[in-house]
Design a protein around this ligand. Structure first.
Ligand SMILES: O=C(O)C1=C[C@@H](OP(=O)(O)O)[C@@H](O)[C@H](O)C1
Ligand SMILES: C=C(OP(=O)(O)O)C(=O)O
Length: 452
């Protein structure tokens, strides 16, 4: 059930007639699933990715690797003898990587950035293209670095898609400079494939501060767990320099954590309705940036506890504004901005200029759509200034951005008449979103009727 009447192209976001009170099982992390697939594909032996996220971004990654020759089979967990709980697992069987191949990157940053270095290891040409937005998102860091490491790439001279990586079966590797100020994924991309480069890699960032550092830590932690030797600024190395030694990678048996960034709208639902939401399997230790929600939403008025049942988050009935530098956790911005628009005091979100090059220009889109509903949101040089005002219903445009759709659903809980354009865009990382949302409300005693 999605709550979309046949005559209405938009999704009438359901109102919460009562405080939410529900347990929500959030599917696996996009970022972990796609790293796990790449590392498993490059390993010296088969491996397992259990409880993977199945969404547009991860299916594109699996297909892209399959296009290069990697075997990826879906096996029910019950048939794989692993006791990792319900659901399917992916069995990944590494193979010689080959072209010619054509890879669709969609609008998945992880696929756009992580697969060209893998293709450079293949034997033969690999052509990459994706959604129109993929042709606008920054890719220069990966292209220039790969050229510096010995790969041949044709890119129509624009530094982006479409492009062809002419894999020669091996990459020299070595030392390379990258400006990763527009995306941490440039660094992660080079590190993930580097164990298979003849000389490994030394990535030296030059430029403004690198965003989303937890995602680079995730890359490093997962590489190390697969047996790679990695030096980082945090392990006593130079600032902004990462080194990976050449080595064989182990085939792992990995269980993917829930996607904590996709937990954001559900936690926000507890915050803005003064209710309670529990997210099972919230990890005690994680590199996911979504873990920062515990702090951010506590500062905005809620309270949380890690219990045996998972993360239990409780709203107080009041929502406060926040001053927050979101440079490290930029992907949390849309939902935080939605909550901030409902707060009892202004908010200032900073450190997120790079969001202009995400799925859409998120700063412009959030300001425009919140203002259309009566809000008072201004773009600043590196973020958003949000002054809460009473909001009214209307269509919230989503610009093919999953996180704008989930942010709009949060508003719709308490603002009657919010309609979400193209809620299906949540399929990028959470195809089940409308069903999970309606189920959360039904369990909380709110009828699953639109809020109009
Ligand atoms: O490596 C990753 O899995 C990601 C890194 C971040 O990208 P940027 O550094 O481009 O913001 C993040 O926003 C994206 O959703 C996922
Ligand atoms: C920025 C995001 O995705 P991508 O992996 O496409 O960069 C995101 O999911 O918020």
């Amino acid at each position: 059930m999605t709550g979309i009447p046949a005559h209405n192209p938009h999704w009438p976001a359901p109102i919460a007639s009562d405080p939410v009170d529900a347990t929500v099982i959030v599917p696996g992390s996009k970022s972990i699933t796609n790293r796990a697939l790449v590392l498993a594909a490059l390993a010296a032996e088969p491996g397992w990715v259990r409880r993977p996220l199945r969404s547009r971004d991860t299916l594109l990654m699996a297909q892209g690797l399959a296009d290069l020759g990697v075997g990826i089979e879906t096996v029910p967990n019950s048939a794989s003898g692993a006791g990792a709980g319900p659901g399917d697992a992916w069995r990944v069987i590494p193979a010689a990587l080959h072209g010619p191949a054509r890879v669709d990157v969609g609008n998945a940053g992880t696929v756009m950035r992580f697969l060209p270095p893998v293709a450079a290891l293949a034997d033969g040409p690999v052509h990459f293209d994706g959604d129109p937005r993929a042709r606008e998102r920054p890719q220069h860091g990966v292209i220039n670095a790969l050229r510096g490491l010995g790969a041949r790439i044709e890119d129509e001279g624009r530094g982006t898609f479409p492009l062809t990586v002419h894999g020669g079966g091996a990459v020299d590797g070595g030392s390379v400079e990258v400006d990763a100020s527009s995306s941490s994924q440039f660094v992660s991309a080079l590190l993930l494939s580097a164990p298979r480069f003849n000389q490994g890699v030394e990535v030296r960032h030059v430029g403004g501060p690198v965003p989303s550092l937890p995602h680079i830590r995730m890359t490093v932690e997962m590489l190390r767990a697969a047996g790679a030797k990695v030096d980082t600024p945090e392990s006593g190395g130079e600032p902004d320099v990462w080194r990976v030694a050449p080595s064989a990678l182990l085939g792992r048996d990995l269980v993917v954590e829930p996607d904590l960034s996709n937990a954001a709208p559900f936690l926000a639902a507890a915050l803005v309705t003064g209710g309670r939401v529990t997210i099972p399997d919230w990890p005690a230790h994680t590199t996911q940036p979504g873990d920062a929600l515990r702090d951010v939403f506590t500062r905005m008025g809620g309270a949380c506890a890690l219990t045996e049942q998972g993360l239990r988050f409780t709203g107080s009935g009041r929502v406060h504004g926040i001053e927050a530098d979101l440079h490290e956790v930029g992907e949390l911005t849309p939902v935080i901005a939605a909550v901030a628009a409902l707060a009892d005091s202004p908010s200032e979100l900073t450190g997120i200029a790079h969001l202009r090059m995400h799925e859409t220009d998120r700063l412009a889109a959030l300001a425009k759509e919140l203002n259309e509903l009566g809000g008072d949101v201004a773009e600043t040089a590196d973020g958003l200034r949000i002054r809460p005002r009473p909001l009214r219903g209307g269509v919230f445009h989503t610009y093919e951005d999953h996180r704008l759709a989930t942010a709009a659903a949060v508003l719709g809980l308490v603002v009657p008449g919010v309609e979400v354009e193209n809620v299906a865009t949540t399929a990028k990382t959470l195809p089940e979103f409308p069903d999970l949302w309606v189920a959360m409300l039904e369990r909380s005693g709110s009828p699953a009727t639109p809020g109009a």
